[in-house]
Design a protein around this ligand. Structure first.
Ligand code: HEC
Length: 228
């Protein structure tokens, strides 16, 4: 009986040694893979959201697919009519982010690795009103016309440590079709202004906070409107 117990103990020791060995091997393999990921054009951070950014062999960003189904966070407008006819981006700036990244930010207040901010420019319809505005049945203002270009920023701390973990890409500032891939824009073209001015983690999140904030519960018994 004593002998059998010893045998069991040895067996257990052997099993423990095996488990430790396998764990170590997996650990080393994983580490080696991580290290491997830190050099060469295929290097990228471990993405925490889908759809993840896709890269070409040369490190160009592939144009995301059907971003118009992502979360639409806001649409700042800087029309030519209010910028002496020379706005940098004269259109409505429709800003989208992957749904998973949006949910992650709501939970943690951080943008996860692999976040893609996508700004699709959209012309305002021309008009004769002040600042190039026009009149529609709803009133005087700016109204959406033809989409006119795509800009992206991508969070990847392995690829873009020099520009505060975000890379910037322009897929064309013109009507669709847009470029299939884009290479990282130089610092002075894009990232520099975001580094100097963005209030939080390279994103002008102040403009998206109203939509990033979950709705409060609906009021159960609203007061009757005046005159009812
Ligand atoms: C002079 C400053 C400036 C430059 C240069 C600039 N941006 Fe921005 N960018 C902004 C501001 C301000 C916003 C938010 C308000 C808006 O859209 O008008 C913004 C918004 C964005 C957004 C939406 C997410 C966010 O951060 O708010 C993306 C994506 C973006 N820019 C990419 C680019 C790319 C790509 C370039 C270069 C081709 C570029 N930007 C150049 C100032 C700049």
């Amino acid at each position: 009986m004593g002998k059998k117990m010893n045998f069991d103990r040895n067996e257990r020791l052997l099993l423990a040694a095996c488990v430790a060995g396998v764990t170590l091997t997996i650990g080393i393999f994983g580490y080696a893979q991580d290290c491997g990921a830190k050099s060469g054009p295929d290097a990228h951070a471990k993405y925490q959201v889908k759809p993840a950014p896709v890269w070409t062999k040369d490190g160009e960003l592939v144009l995301p697919v059907d971003w118009r189904r992502w979360v639409f966070m806001g649409a700042p407008i800087t029309p030519n009519g209010l910028n002496d006819g020379h706005a940098n981006f004269a259109e409505i700036h429709n800003t989208y982010v992957q749904r998973e990244a949006f949910d992650w930010y709501r939970k943690t207040g951080q943008w996860p690795e692999g976040t893609i901010m996508l700004k699709e420019m959209q012309h305002v319809l021309p008009g004769d009103g002040p600042g190039g505005s026009r009149t529609e049945p709803s009133g005087n203002g700016y109204f959406p016309g033809v989409p006119n270009g795509v800009d992206c920023s991508v969070k990847d701390s392995v690829r873009f440590p020099k520009s505060k973990n975000w890379g910037f890409f322009n897929f064309g500032h013109h009507a669709a079709p847009y470029a299939a891939t884009a290479k990282e824009a130089p610092l002075n073209k894009c990232a520099g202004c975001h580094i100097a001015n963005a209030p939080e983690d390279m994103v002008f999140v102040n403009f998206y906070k109203p939509v990033l904030t979950p709705l409060p519960a609906p009021v159960q018994n609203p007061l009757p409107a005046k005159g009812e």
